[in-house]
Design a protein around this ligand. Structure first.
Ligand SMILES: [Zn+2]
Length: 417
């Protein structure tokens, strides 16, 4: 089976220009003793907005790894696919994030629900996770509710998995199931029964992306109760560990953290817990690299700064259109966005400081950062000019991309000093 190693990171590269700089961050971590598998991920939504194809991501990954002489495993992730969108990803991807969010809450057949309930009889009443202090009350009514909410989605995951397996052959790809883009987080108890459902469908699940409590807004820090997150994350780790043994799921099954970029407040917590339990992690980042491109262009000054300003100023006119597909994963306070007049007068440093994720800097604006995060469509419209500016200012831009992935993300999560 194509196996995903303990640590891996999803590297989104919307415009396909930064792969080699992202890879350098991975290789530098390896030089420090931390082996991380790079996974280039891009969703159908991003392909559609930018006008690219899954084969473009495959080309980029193959090209940059070959050029760097990189001999370790790497993957191309068909991010957030479902039955309707999976087809065009199958050939070029070897990692599939099966997104069941839209099926959650739809009811499976009564017969299927009853079959599931009879299969989990031994966990009814009280669920104790052996070797831990975790014990949950699991009355039949609760399990029934969980089945009503998630069983249909699990069956759909199986349908999608079979569709991929038919073409690629069993064992030739990594399977993730994601349920993060929903309104309600899943509790550890729900996660346990969801894993049972997925195991019953014989899905060789290597990563699972639950939704956690708190806000995982795109490109900005975690918002929520950090202690609560810590206990939830720890319980999830223990539940997964037990589910692997109990249901015969792949032993390398690990959590995948979506919208995982820039969650600096919880990296030390996730990092210390995965080390404590000797567990792996998959951290998905995507738009953070695009933001670094814009920061790099701003820092470059001249026409590159003008381009960056133009993106921001145009985004102010299109807030609703740009933010609509991301409503569950952004929180923009429109009245705190810098105005067109203010932004148009900014120096290179002022623009870069407002956008860069550095809370020590008074100019950092979390609202502007989220808006620009979803404004990549505006660069896609002027792709030729954008690519020319990226190429002309490659040195500055790539430094931003590299430092962001390596210093701010990898070093903080994996405790590299
Ligand atoms: Zn996601």
């Amino acid at each position: 089976m194509k196996k995903l190693d303990k640590y891996s990171i999803g590297l989104g590269d919307r415009f396909g220009h930064q792969g080699s700089h992202q890879l350098k961050a991975i290789m530098d971590a390896s030089a420090k003793g931390i082996e991380i598998t790079p996974v280039w991920n891009k969703s159908n939504r991003e392909h559609t907005i930018i006008g690219t194809n899954p084969s473009d991501v495959r080309n980029e990954a193959d090209t940059v790894t070959k050029k760097a002489g990189y001999k370790k495993p790497y993957f191309v992730d068909a991010d957030h696919i479902n039955l309707d969108t999976v087809d065009r990803f199958i050939e070029s991807s070897d990692f599939f994030t099966i997104d069941v969010a839209s099926y959650i809450g739809k009811r499976a057949d009564e017969e299927e629900i009853h079959e599931f309930l009879s299969g989990v009889k031994k966990y009814t009443g009280k669920l104790t996770i052996p070797g831990t202090r975790l014990s949950f009350s699991t009355p039949k009514l609760l399990i029934h509710k969980i089945a009503e909410k998630y069983l249909f989605a699990s069956i759909k995951a199986w349908d999608i998995y079979r569709k991929i397996e038919k073409v690629k052959g069993s064992g030739n790809f990594v399977t993730e199931v994601s349920m993060d883009e929903v309104a309600q987080p899943q509790t550890p108890v729900e996660l346990f029964f969801i894993l049972k459902m997925l195991a019953s469908e014989n899905i060789p699940l290597q990563t699972i992306a639950p939704k956690f409590s708190g806000r995982f807004n795109k490109g900005v820090d975690y918002v929520g109760d950090i202690d609560k997150f810590e206990s939830e994350f720890e319980s999830d780790l223990q539940v997964i560990d037990f589910a692997v043994r109990e249901f015969g799921l792949p032993e390398n099954l690990k959590m995948s953290i979506h919208s995982g970029s820039d969650k600096f407040a919880i990296y030390p917590i996730m990092g210390s817990l995965i080390r404590k339990y000797n567990k792996g992690i998959h951290l998905k980042t995507a738009g953070t690299t695009w933001l670094e491109e814009v920061i790099g262009l701003a820092e470059s000054g001249g026409e590159a700064l003008a381009f960056a300003k133009d993106i921001y100023i145009k985004s102010l006119d299109k807030i609703e259109e740009l933010t609509a597909p991301y409503s569950d994963v952004i929180d923009i306070n429109v009245s705190s966005l810098p105005s067109k007049t203010v932004a148009s007068k900014w120096s290179a440093d002022e623009f870069a400081d407002a956008l860069r994720h550095n809370k020590e800097n008074d100019r950092y604006n979390i609202n502007m950062r989220q808006l620009v995060h979803v404004a990549y469509k505006l660069a896609a419209i002027k792709k030729d000019e954008y690519f020319r500016l990226l190429d002309n200012n490659e040195k500055v831009v790539s430094k931003c991309v590299y430092e962001n992935i390596y210093n701010r993300h990898i070093c903080r999560l994996f405790n590299i000093t």
